[in-house]
Write a protein that binds this ligand. Sequence first.
Ligand code: NAP
Length: 379
Amino acid sequence: MAPKIMWIGLGNMGRGMVKNLVEKAPLLDSLIIYNRTRARAETLRSTLPDPSAVTIAESVADGVSAADIIFTCLSDDAAVTSTLETALQSATVAGKVFVDCSTIHPDTTSALGKLVAAAGSDFVAAPVFGAPAMADSGQLVAVLAGARPVLDRVRPYFKGVTARAEIDLSGDTLTAEESWGRATLLKVLGNTFILNMVEQLAEGLTVAEKSGLGTAPLVSFVEAIFPGPYAAYAQRMLTGDYYKREEPLFSVDLARKDLRHATSVAEKAGMRLPNAETAQAHLDRVKERDGSKGDIAGIYGAVREEAGLDFVVFFVLAVVVAASAGTWVFVPRFFPKETQLIWRSSVIMALACCYLMWAITYLAQLNPLVVPKRSNLRA
Ligand SMILES: NC(=O)c1ccc[n+]([C@@H]2O[C@H](COP(=O)([O-])OP(=O)(O)OC[C@H]3O[C@@H](n4cnc5c(N)ncnc54)[C@H](OP(=O)(O)O)[C@@H]3O)[C@@H](O)[C@H]2O)c1
């Protein structure tokens, strides 16, 4: 008989993964879902083609007692630890499998694995790579670590269902205890690649704009050489998605947590991660500006700000206002009284028109409504 599955955590990642589980996984019965904020579970259920495919648990304890395999996908170490502690205290858990898909510190993963094992259950560390859009389309990359027979029980829920690929870190010579932390170690180090990519794009697009190259050639280069995440993030930056979203896709809080973990792992290994430190400083600025709504693509805003780009329009406006005031003051010195009003208004209107034409052209170049494309008319 197929095991009964429970999913805890219906954030940006969990929602997409649950959608794929109910569509593609071998489930005999409805999937039990639980989220701290119940409204999220209800919204998810109402958007599924078959709402009876899921059952909302009243509490962690209720859901865990009815399930055989329990997945968690929660924001940080404290959330996963408190949820698993509640789960282990509140139900008969012997023989159940706990699978954690969250990104947490490797030491926390190891500690949780031991806690679960001490309660007579099995533990699999299964952090995932990929943005929420990839969770929605079942295209994540899952990193799996645990005892091999236990991994075999949870594989039917990853490759081909929630994930397009798996990286198996259990190894033939490692014990489960030795392997759990390796999964989140790879995950936090892998996330430094993602944040460094965003940092590189932010710098590249900003310098392309300031140096006069323009952003379009750089985007063509990125699309040709680094299609995929690079190209997607470049579009998010250029379309203003880096500051316009109500809900972040990859929140600044999660990213700062990931970099803290990566930095601590590096420190333990006796080295620093200077690239990650640069991204961390820009994320601190995003957090300061946008609060918890900030998204990692907001690094672009922080880099632009440092480069003085967002202030150019206001700086030029200040110059035009000063020139207009100067005109108003100095016109009486050079022109007869009866023509002063004409001179004043003519010069000030000319300055205002020039400013408007410049500002519209400048802003249109920054945020083109239609991204310029090569015509190929002259081959
Ligand atoms: N977003 C990405 O691009 C991405 C990609 C790969 C991996 N990840 C990792 O996947 C995990 C989930 O990310 P996400 O983007 O889905 O995060 P999210 O949208 O912020 O959702 C966080 C989830 O954790 C729950 N939660 C937070 N604190 C809690 C607590 N103290 N007790 C119980 N539940 C709590 C939230 O419940 P409420 O709804 O009640 O707040 C929500 O279900 C994180 O570890 C993240 O680092 C994220």
